[in-house]
Design a protein around this ligand. Structure first.
Ligand code: C2E
Ligand code: MG
Ligand code: MG
Length: 726
């Protein structure tokens, strides 16, 4: 019984460390005190067994501070000491009250068998109701005191274990409660027995698949992931700290895989009677950890290439900027753009496109220097941060090597594509007041390249001069509109099957009073920025409709007038009304007006754009997708947009007679467009070879210098006349 009680007490302390001291003191003092008394009595009785008579025994037992019964096995003699009488609420005169003796032994009447059992037992437990009506438990230890001829006299010494029992019951239910709570909460407990040995709670045994609840520090350490062992060692070193601490560790678990756990531990002071306790809760945080990693990945990693993204680059870049400013060393920031990347996507599909991005990132990794970085900024734009060692040629040389390696990737499905990239670069910290600014300067340099594949351009502060010049241009343009210096030129569009003029594109020109003609590229962008574009567009729309109607009235064959819309014009809510008014004012049927939109414009807000386009289609106006091949060029977008004509960008046509890939792409696009009942026109046709290639490819119409440059209306009338004779 004592062994079991001791085991319970140890476990109780293990589960309730804060009550451990009190429990241990109570238990130990009861145990020590009881044992001493028992030993003392046994010694006295054993020594005097043969020489003492029963009245002498009673004399010793009467005033002892434990319950004692002196009894004869024929029941002829019985005595209960004072302590027991008090417990039973008996007067001193009733020291031989037989019924009460049986009660004290937990039996209702003398039963020879049970009394024999008591007589032979060193540990017999009885339960009975005390005088104060509480239930008590006494553990009786009986020994033979006097052997006589006819009878034996026994002494039973009682050990009141009522409190201990209660503790045991509480402990058992606390233990059950504790274990099921831990199981439900999936919390394991790991406590040190001493510095070398640990005890694991049942839940932890289950979580880690341990063979036993006892485990040595070394065995536990072996389960910890090698990379996390130093964390575990440090936690052990903190054993003497009494603060709650926690560490995250990977620990080999039941499934033999490492899982992430948090170990929240604390050390509790030892007292004179107890050892210090060290231990705490082990909680599985694998799912949370994976979520954190994913969130970190989403925020700072690019999914496709698994390189840093723009956010991460800016964070790391700030650090690089600060340290390089302090330590006086430089970095190059190179921003790279994959040339005509959309062709890869369109011809080989997105999965190949993604592979190209990944391979490109891998190439960049080969060139990154210690302390540098590779990041994907967006789409097909990457940044490479390189440490500068005083070699001004480094960026250009590096980009050229990257270009060479990148070109070699063009095998298998990509064989027909020229893989190349362009780059802009700046120097840190020289080229700006922050990392962000220097990165933007590198991007600015990239945008300032001519646009031809493979260009490399260094950032120079005077690149901004053209922007500063914009303000002067704004003022002049405002005046030009007021002074009617804007004119429309018309470029013919030819039906490839008949060679007849089928339409014209209205292209804006600014004709200064001295006769200089300014092309739209120089001022349309500025007009868009300073809201003058609205005025320009109103002019183009009205003038275009008016001119077309005029030609009809003059008896020329009906042709389609195409006009270009800027983004801000197109997204106006009253677009339909404006177009309707212009048509009405000119008296032109809607079928003779076409609006050209670029793909990037339409995709800025695709739902709204589709709604606007449908409104124009409702009027009967035609819609053309301009410059197809320069933007996203996704054929899948064609399905969404209600366009009637696709304009293949001149960059495809330029070399079509020598460039097989361009030819393949153009014919594929024409085929797909036809299948969707969309007509096609090729821009920038300059010679007959291009013309016949496109005719063969099934292209419907053509526009280009071969037929005529953009020209004033009077010249176009001559064109009409020449063309009608064909
Ligand atoms: P776009 O709409 O793609 O117009 C076609 C451009 O290609 C025109 O340049 C035209 O002159 C040029 N082009 C036509 N055929 C050939 C050829 O065979 N070879 C070469 N090398 N070029 C050829 P332009 O007139 O300088 O216009 C440039 C751009 O300015 C236009 O591109 C259009 O985006 C914009 N633009 C022109 N007029 C307007 C306008 O009234 N409003 C708006 N918002 N933008 C306009
Ligand atoms: Mg156009
Ligand atoms: Mg165009």
């Amino acid at each position: 019984m004592i062994v079991a009680a001791t085991a319970f007490i140890i476990f109780y302390c293990f589960l309730n460390p804060e009550q451990a001291v009190t429990a241990l003191i109570t238990y130990l003092s009861t145990l020590v005190f009881g044992t001493l008394i028992l030993a003392f009595i046994s010694t006295i009785f054993m020594k005097k067994k043969n020489s003492m008579n029963s009245s002498q025994i009673i004399g010793i037992a009467e005033n002892m501070n434990i319950e004692i019964i002196v009894w004869a096995d024929d029941f002829s003699y019985i005595h209960m000491n004072k302590k027991l009488r008090e417990l039973l609420g008996l007067p001193d005169t009733a020291s031989d009250h037989k019924a009460s003796v049986w009660k004290a032994f937990g039996i209702s009447e003398p039963d020879t068998k049970i009394l024999k059992e008591i007589a032979d037992s060193r540990s017999y437990e009885s339960h009975f109701k005390a005088a104060d009506t509480t239930m008590v438990t006494i553990a009786w230890s009986t020994s033979l005191a006097i052997r006589q001829k006819k009878r034996n006299i026994y002494v039973s010494t009682g050990f009141n274990i009522t409190e201990l029992k209660k503790m045991k019951v509480n402990l058992a239910s606390a233990n059950d409660f504790f274990n099921s709570s831990m199981e439900l909460a999936e919390i394991g407990v790991l406590m040190s027995v001493d510095r070398r040995n640990y005890r694991a709670s049942p839940e932890l045994v289950k979580m880690l698949g341990l063979k036993s609840s006892s485990i040595t520090a070394e065995q536990f350490r072996a389960l910890v992931h090698p990379n996390d062992r130093s964390i575990f060692d440090n936690a052990l070193k903190a054993m003497d700290s009494h603060e709650v601490r926690s560490v995250d560790l990977r620990i080999k678990s039941t499934d033999t895989l490492y899982r992430w756990y948090t170990y929240r531990f604390k050390s509790i002071h030892g007292t004179d009677n107890t050892l210090p306790l060290f231990g705490g809760a082990v909680i599985d945080i694998t799912d949370q950890h994976e979520k954190d990693v994913r969130i970190e990945k989403l925020s700072y990693m690019d999914d496709v290439t698994e390189t840093a993204n723009r956010n991460k680059l800016l964070i790391e870049g700030n650090f690089i900027y600060e340290s390089s400013s302090m330590l006086h060393y430089n970095f190059w920031i190179i921003v790279l753009d994959i040339d005509r990347f959309h062709i890869v996507n369109d011809t080989c599909g997105y999965s190949h496109g993604n592979k190209v991005l990944r391979d490109f990132a891998h190439i960049l990794y080969k060139y990154v220097t210690p302390g540098g970085l590779v990041a994907r900024l967006s789409g097909d734009n990457f940044a490479l941060v390189l440490r500068d060692y005083g070699d001004d040629e480094l960026p250009v040389r590096t980009v050229k090597s990257i270009q060479e390696e990148f070109a070699k990737l063009a095998v298998d499905e990509l064989a027909s594509i020229n893989l190349s990239c362009s780059a802009g670069y700046s120097m840190l910290p020289r080229d700006g007041k922050s990392f962000k600014e220097i990165l933007e300067h590198a991007e600015f340099a990239l945008k300032s390249t001519s646009g031809a594949p493979g260009c490399i351009c260094a950032y120079e502060p005077n690149m901004h001069d053209s922007i500063i010049g914009d303000t002067a241009m704004e003022k002049a343009l405002g005046l030009a509109i007021e002074h009617n210096e804007l004119r429309l030129f018309y470029q013919p569009k030819i039906d490839l099957a008949t060679g007849k003029l089928m339409g014209v594109e209205a292209l804006i020109r600014w004709i200064k009073p001295d006769g200089t003609i300014i092309p739209p590229d120089s001022f349309v962008r500025i007009a868009e920025k300073c809201n003058l574009i609205g005025k320009i567009s109103d002019f183009v729309l009205n003038e275009g409709c008016h001119q077309n109607k005029l030609w009809q009235k003059m008896g020329y064959p009906n042709i389609v007038m195409s006009i270009n819309f800027a983004s801000s014009d197109f997204y106006q809510p009253d677009l339909k009304e404006k177009v309707f008014d212009a048509l009405a004012r000119a008296g032109l049927d809607a079928e003779w007006l076409e609006v050209e939109l670029t793909e990037s414009l339409a995709l800025r807000d695709v739902n709204f754009a589709v709604a606007q386009m449908n409104k124009l289609r409702d009027l009967g106006v035609k819609l053309a997708m301009d410059d197809f091949g320069t933007g996203y060029s996704s054929l899948s977008h064609l399905q969404k947009l209600p366009i009637t004509l696709l304009k293949l960008d001149q960059s495809f046509i330029k070399n079509i007679e020598h460039d097989n890939i361009a030819y393949e792409i153009v014919s594929a696009v024409i085929r797909i467009a036809k299948s969707k009942k969309i007509e096609t026109i090729a821009e920038g046709i300059e010679n007959h070879v291009q013309e016949s290639i496109l005719r063969m490819a099934g292209c419907d119409y053509a526009q280009g210098y071969l037929y005529g440059k953009p020209m004033p209306p009077q010249e176009l009338e001559k064109f009409f006349e020449r063309n009608s004779k064909k």
